[in-house]
Design a protein around this ligand. Sequence first.
Ligand SMILES: [Zn+2]
Length: 94
Amino acid sequence: MVVTPIVCPWCNTKNDFDAKFCNDCSLGLDEKSIMDYDHQKVENRKLGDIETHLIEADPRIKNLLISAVQKVAVDRSKAIEDNNKELIPITGYC
Ligand SMILES: [Zn+2]
C-alpha cells in the first residue's frame, strides 16, 4: 500500500497521510478547515512576515512602505470620490 503524504496547503510541508493538522504551521489539513480558513488572512500574514524581514534587513524599507501605503490610501480616497468601483473594494483587511 502506498501512502501519500498530505501536503499542507498553507506552507507546503509534507505531513503523515492521516495528519489532521500540519506539523509545521499547525493549521488544519482536512477539507473543512481548508474551506473555513480565510485565505486572505494567510496572505496577509505572509505579507506581514515579508515586511518584517525587509524592515530588519534595512530600516529604510519601513519609510518606503509607509509612503507606498499612504499613496495607495490617497488613490483610494480619490477613487471613492470619483466613484471608481474597480479600485474601491478591498476585502479581508483587518
Ligand atoms: Zn503547514
